[in-house]
Structures are given as C-alpha cells and as structure tokens.
Write a protein of this length. Structure first.
Length: 308
C-alpha cells in the first residue's frame, strides 16, 4: 500500500528529474540522483527526522547531489574525446512523452546545456534554479547552501556570461508547427539527396556538431557552411538506405529532430535541429552509444572496434 507521503514525493519526480538533468546533462545520472534523493527521504523518516516540507527537502537533496556529481564529472570531461553533447531527451512526434519530461518544456535545449558547461557547479545550480525554474533568491540560497547575497552575485556573474554567449533557456525555436514542418522538409530533402532543397533550408554559416565519444564513427572535421553540410547529409542518408537505417521524427530537448534505428530497431543516432530566422543554424548529432541506452537497445552499426 502506498503511503500518502510517498504519493506526495512521487508527484515531484518530474521537477526533480528536470533539475537533476539540467545539472548533469545525463538522463541516466538524473534518474540515479532522483532515486537517491527519494531513498534519502525514506531513510530520514525512518530515523525519526521530521520533514515538514517534502518538496524543499527533495529539491535541496537533488541540487546538492547534482553539484557533487558535477565536481567529479568535470574531471572525466577533460579527457572526453571530441565534442560533448548532453544525453538527448526524446519525445516522438504525436506522443505526450514520459511525465518526467513535462517540466523540461523548451528550457533545456542542447545548446543551453552545452553553454552551462562553462559555469562552475554552484554557478550552474544558481543560474538554472533562478532562470529556468523561477526560484526566488531565498529559496535558491537554501537549496545550494549559500547566503542570499552571495547567490545574487553568483547569478549576476553567470547571467552576464550567458548573455554574452547568445544562448538562453527561453531562446525557443519558431512556433512548433513551423519548426516541425521545416524539419520534415530537411530530412525529406536529405533522404532524397536533393542538394538544392537542402541549401534552401540551411543558414549560410550552418554548422554540424557530433558527439561520438570516440566510440562511434564520426566526421573527423565537423562540416560548416551550407554546401558542406548539404553534401554530408545527402551522402549520410545514402548510407542509411544501404544499411537499412530508418528514421522517426521527434522532439529532442524541445527542438525538432529525429531518432534513427537499425534494421533490428536498435537506436543508432539522435539528431536535433536548432533554427533561427526560418532556417537551420546548427545540427547536433549524438552517436555515442553510452548516451543512447536510456532510449532503448543500442545499435552496433558504426561503432569503432574497441581495443582489448
């Protein structure tokens, strides 16, 4: 039988997942952090601790676990092979998606999460809690264990750096229908090898960023510019057709994109499109198998042989 307190705690899971994911950029790590926070609440109650505000207790635990996690993750990312992108959060077109993703909305795009990597763990927590989730300074101070005045200073510095980057959590794409239609046209043109159509959908300075983690085949030099990116995608989709890779349109971190599957229906890649002024500005592709496992069985197509 589910106890009332457990039901209340479970209701905060979407928010807790969003905070943890925003801190780590990893769906798997976010799930682990949320689970640890839930277990911590159970243990505290069993030990006789009176928890009057379950939401505050859980959000504080998740935030501080996220800060601790980032401290060790930064060491690993210093040796990361190639470009780093967050684990994609995918909602197939036409489906509501898991409840854990509701709080994400359009706020935690890949571009925004990559930008957050430039902040320290505490800066990241303060900025995200204040800017994305709308917490007041007194609440933020309690969550991160700093004074309110200190949090105001941290937020001001962080916001200045974020503003300079040009990426904000609220820099959403065009209206959803328009974004979906443009993505549909882009992938159709790529599948048909229509270079001219692709050129008309890409920004002059479009770039492609791929995250393979050194574990999957990837373009050595990331292409930039309309013609290079158009040719790359036309060739890429020819190879997809030969090996039987199929595609399904999806929303990836609140942006239009697609998920690719091999003939055994295993996930092989996820792509996200960043739009600006009615054209595609950036294409982000995740093929690192370690970042696709939360979406289902992972394909071995394109994986590099691992040294033994």
């Amino acid at each position: 039988m589910t106890m009332p307190d457990e039901t209340v705690a479970a209701g905060y899971r979407p928010l807790l997942f969003s905070i943890a994911y925003g801190m780590t950029g990893s769906a798997g790590d976010a799930e682990d952090i949320v689970q640890d926070a839930m277990l911590g609440l159970v243990k505290a109650r069993r030990a006789g601790t009176v928890v009057e505000n379950v939401k505050a207790y859980l959000t504080t635990t998740v935030t501080r676990l996220g800060i601790n996690h980032l401290g060790s993750a930064r060491v690993r990312r210093e040796t990361y092979v190639g470009a780093w992108l967050p684990e994609p959060i995918v909602v197939p077109v036409g489906e509501p998606g898991p409840a854990e993703h509701v709080e994400l909305a359009d706020s935690l795009s890949m571009a925004f999460l990559v930008m957050l990597e430039s902040l320290s763990p505490v800066e990241r927590a303060v900025f995200m809690l204040r800017e994305v989730f709308g917490y007041g300074y007194p609440e933020v101070a309690g969550l991160v264990g700093k004074s309110e005045a200190n949090c105001r200073q941290i937020f001001a510095r962080s916001r200045q750096r974020v503003t300079a980057s040009g990426v904000t959590p609220h820099s959403a794409p065009a209206r959803q229908a328009e974004a979906a239609e443009l993505a549909d046209r882009f992938f159709a043109a790529a599948a048909g090898g229509d270079i001219e159509a692709l050129l008309g959908l890409l920004a002059p300075d479009v770039v492609m960023i791929g995250d393979s983690g050194g574990k999957a085949q990837a373009v050595t030099t990331p292409p930039a510019g309309r013609l290079q990116v158009a040719r790359l995608f036309a060739g890429l989709f020819r190879r997809f057709e030969k090996v039987g890779v199929t595609m399904r349109l999806a929303w990836v971190n609140g942006r239009p994109g697609a998920v690719f599957h091999d003939p055994q229906n295993r996930v092989s890649a996820v792509m996200s499109l960043e739009l600006a002024d009615g054209v595609i500005q950036t294409v982000r592709s995740v093929v690192n198998p370690d970042k696709l496992g939360h979406l289902g069985p992972v394909s071995d197509i394109g994986l590099k042989p691992q040294k033994t």
